[in-house]
Design a protein around this ligand. Structure first.
Ligand SMILES: N[C@@H](CCC(=O)N[C@@H](CS)C(=O)NCC(=O)O)C(=O)O
Length: 204
């Protein structure tokens, strides 16, 4: 029976990371996924999570956890054998370096998508240009670094943040960062075959 609640929106890349972890760890029976109404004045969701952001997880004892990394780490540790959240400070710091670069791309793309969803006369060309340039620099970085064994090996959060960011951009019709980056495209196509990733695709 589901006694943990995970608040999401269907298109949030951060919520998607948490949803994939629920599926990958076989926790679908224990975690109820609830759609939250974000970004709307007076939403009842603000009484549940005052920050108004998703993902947000409420444990059996009523404790609420915000932030995809914290939530993913909590879920990954429930069975006592975490697999998806290697410590940021592990060995030579390569994992932490990759995860934070992946999150940096997704953070920037979220800002970009938010701007593009505003009515045209409310958009900031400066922010759009800034995020576009950042995304292109980081996409070049990922075009090279995607061959790193940690990105090609067993699933981890670095891979999930990168995937969720790239897919989010395509979903809103703002371009495909894998275009002209064949290794990145091949990596993404491989991940798209996983059931947890298909089930959580924006708009699925
Ligand atoms: N660092 C947070 C970011 C969460 C976040 O910004 N979520 C967005 C959706 S993509 C949100 O809830 N926006 C609603 C709002 O800003 O009110 C995480 O990793 O969970």
């Amino acid at each position: 029976m589901a006694n943990v609640k995970l608040y999401i929106t269907p298109t949030s890349p951060y919520a998607r990371v948490a949803r994939i972890v629920v599926l990958e760890k076989g926790l679908a029976d224990r975690v109820e996924v609830v759609e939250a109404r974000t970004r709307s004045t007076g939403s009842p969701y603000y009484d549940i999570n005052p920050s108004g952001r998703v993902p947000y997880l409420v444990r059996e004892d009523g404790t609420g956890l915000e932030d995809s990394r914290l939530i993913a780490t909590w879920l990954d540790n429930l069975d006592g054998s975490p697999t998806l959240t290697p410590a940021l400070a592990s060995a030579d710091w390569q994992y932490g370096r990759l995860e934070t670069y992946a999150q940096s791309l997704t953070d920037g793309l979220s800002v970009w998508v938010r701007e593009m969803r505003r009515p045209e006369n409310e958009r900031s060309p400066t922010i759009i240009a800034h995020e576009k340039a950042r995304a292109n620099r980081l996409a070049d970085f990922w075009g090279r670094e995607i061959s790193h064994p940690l990105m090609q090996g067993p699933l981890n959060l670095a891979q999930l943040y990168l995937l969720a960011g790239i897919d989010q951009l395509v979903h809103w019709g703002h371009g495909d960062l894998t275009e002209g980056r064949p290794q990145l495209a091949a990596w993404l196509a491989r991940l798209h075959q996983r059931p947890s990733i298909r089930a959580t695709a924006p708009g699925a």
